[in-house]
Design a protein around this ligand. Structure first.
Ligand SMILES: Cc1cc2nc3c(=O)[nH]c(=O)nc-3n(C[C@H](O)[C@H](O)[C@H](O)COP(=O)(O)OP(=O)(O)OC[C@H]3O[C@@H](n4cnc5c(N)ncnc54)[C@H](O)[C@@H]3O)c2cc1C
Length: 570
């Protein structure tokens, strides 16, 4: 325990002392009075439960007498008290803004009085009161960061680090900022005890154990998301704007749309953050002189959008777009659909797979398309190879060099001069354990349960050699994620969407475009469908330009909604 007698913490004391003032502040009397205007006062008995882990409509509670204990479940069905809020302390974390399942529980400690602010009132409060908004949101973000860094959570994953299914579940939870515990059956002393306790056989792994002790054997990412309330799309609502893709462009459109009163939903096939979330450090985004990890950037933007009432649903892949009267119907790959008056395609690009033998077999167990903390941990102390000569490959090399023994960068060409920024080339040249292998291509992946080596070919001499590596990080050639749009809008031969002046006036449908009308800058040839960010033909493939386009497009969305009048659903 640390700090004052009023607010006590049991999260890692060193880290907490640095972040405590942000994560666990005490409201001033004036701030408490401001909260009281939208709150209900409640009296509680010792031990009375305020909410349980998994609740989706927990309120925020400000303590005005007594104390509230926050508890977190542990893998062995026990729980621990992580924080005790005294007078002026308040409960809650980022899930309060989005009705996601609570990751901790709260109960009164001693006779207690609290002010209860329901989720709707909380959203109004953070939008209307900037001082309280700063204190509350900063605390929410810092609390979630602390929980994530502790690697404990309301759910426990049990499985092997070499299982692609476990990798997919971990990646999904990490990228959605859901705290969880992971028991590695290959290395963890607790694994045998837990598999016995939950009666789990080897083929039932990976498994997920929830805080209530429920066990899901071989769960899918979709099932887990449903369980956690991350994929809700609402029932029957016609949104003003549906954003397809929650990368930087989609997040920016969501923040501007939400803040300007548009009812907005963001659907993402994976998780918020897009490509940016796979970057360990973005150093050229304005306003972050020390750089910012893509995950933090995405997390902050997500909270900002949720503060303005934007709904996020992941993993939700849009498979087709159709029209119902005057509104669009976005059909999802699981057969469900949503309706919206305008659609913003912010679905970006994905990296190409490697055309080498056995590649598919090792995806998630040696071949990765991101270099974040999770992948670095998998390959710690080993030799790894990075394929590609662009900035994403350079960032990955710098990041992985800190934990891997040797990092090879494999490129087909002779040098990095034309593909990578000078600052990254300089950094790489200064790292003794990073080696550039020019004119080199992967020919084959080898290993048993997991990748152990690759065979590479020198494309000048045609000579082959073997490299023992446990991880290959692929950052080559991007493909537009526009299969769902091909029948509806004009795209170039690589699938990138034409917008604004790129659209041939002759091809515009005379029923929807009158006389000299033309699509606006980020609009496609189909009225009310827009494209922003990396997926747009001719865009600059950068975080800043994606964010810029996502912010600007909302003006045109307003214009189209204004001219439409009330929605008519066929
Ligand atoms: C490793 C790495 C490092 C990078 N570093 C930098 C950097 O330092 N500086 C910089 O400026 N740029 C950097 N970039 C580039 C930058 O991240 C991109 O330009 C930016 O993310 C593009 O944003 P976007 O929103 O347009 O698309 P994306 O980030 O590609 O996001 C698109 C989103 O759409 C989702 N999606 C796709 N199809 C569907 C569908 N059918 N239904 C629902 N959802 C869908 C995807 O899951 C994804 O989340 C980096 C990229 C990578 C990969």
């Amino acid at each position: 325990m640390a700090d004052s007698s009023l607010i006590e913490y049991s999260l890692d004391a060193d880290r907490v002392s640095a972040e405590a003032r942000v994560a666990f502040p005490r409201l001033t009397d004036a701030q408490t009075r401001a909260v009281a205007e939208t709150a209900k006062e409640r009296e509680l008995q010792d031990g009375e439960t305020l909410w349980e882990v998994g609740d989706r409509s927990a309120s925020l509670f400000v303590v005005i007498e007594g104390a509230v204990e926050i508890t977190q479940p542990l893998p062995d069905r026990q729980s621990r008290v992580i924080v005790k809020h005294g007078v002026g302390g308040f409960t809650g974390d980022i899930d309060l803004l989005s009705s996601k399942a609570a990751v901790v529980a709260g109960r009164a400690s001693g006779r207690t009085r609290v002010l209860e602010v329901c989720p709707q009132a909380l959203k109004k409060l953070v939008v209307s009161n900037p001082v309280l908004s700063d204190v509350i949101l900063a605390a929410f973000i810092a609390r979630r960061r602390l929980l994530l860094s502790e690697q404990h959570g309301e759910i426990t994953l049990i499985g092997s680090r070499y299982s692609p299914q476990l990798y997919a579940l971990r990646e999904f939870l990490e990228r959605n900022s859901r705290p969880f515990s992971w028991i590695d059956v290959d290395n963890d002393a607790a694994a045998e005890r837990l598999t016995e306790a939950f009666d789990l056989s080897f083929d039932e792994l990976p498994a997920v154990v929830t805080s209530s002790g429920e066990v899901c054997r071989n769960p899918s990412v979709t099932g887990l998301a449903r369980e956690l309330g991350l994929s809700d799309i609402g029932a029957g609502e016609v949104f003003d704007m549906a954003v397809v893709g929650g990368g930087p462009a989609g997040l920016a459109a969501a923040v501007y749309g939400g803040s300007e009163g548009l009812s907005t939903i963001v659907l993402d096939a994976h998780a918020p953050g897009g490509q940016a979330a796979t970057s360990s450090k973005i150093e050229n985004y304005l306003g972050f002189p020390m750089g910012i990890s893509g995950a933090d950037l995405a997390q902050n933007a997500l909270i900002q959008a949720e503060k303005f009432g934007v709904r996020f649903a992941t993993p939700r892949r849009v498979a087709r777009l159709a029209k119902d009267g005057s509104v669009y119907r976005l059909e999802l790959d699981d057969g469900e659909s949503i309706q919206a008056r305008t659609v913003v395609a912010a679905c970006g690009v994905r990296y190409r797979r490697l055309p080498a033998a056995n590649a598919e077999q090792y995806e998630g167990r040696g071949i990765y398309f991101a270099a974040t903390r999770m992948e670095a941990e998998y390959c710690s102390g080993d030799d790894v190879a990075i394929v590609g000569g662009g900035n994403s490959a350079g960032q990955a090399a710098v990041y992985l060099a800190a934990s891997a023994r040797q990092v090879y960068i494999l490129i087909r060409s002779g040098d990095l001069q034309h593909s990578m920024s000078r600052y990254l080339i300089n950094r790489i040249e200064g790292l003794p354990n990073v080696r550039l292998l020019a004119h080199t291509e992967i020919d084959r992946f080898d290993g048993a349960d997991r990748l152990t080596s690759i065979r590479v070919r020198d494309n000048r001499s045609d000579e082959f050699r073997k490299l023992s590596v446990s991880g290959v990080f692929v950052f080559i050639g991007a493909v537009a994620n526009t299969e769902w749009l091909h029948d509806v809008v004009s795209v170039d031969r690589n699938g990138f969407v034409h917008t604004g002046d790129m659209i041939d006036t002759q091809s515009l449908d005379a029923n929807t475009w009158a006389g000299d009308e033309h699509p606006s800058a980020f609009e496609t040839g189909t009225r009310g469908i827009f494209a922003v960010g990396d997926v747009r033909c001719g865009s600059t493939k950068r975080v800043a330009s994606a964010v810029g386009e996502g912010s600007v497009v909302v003006q045109s969305v307003h214009r189209r909604i204004a001219e439409m009048g009330p929605a008519r659903v066929a």
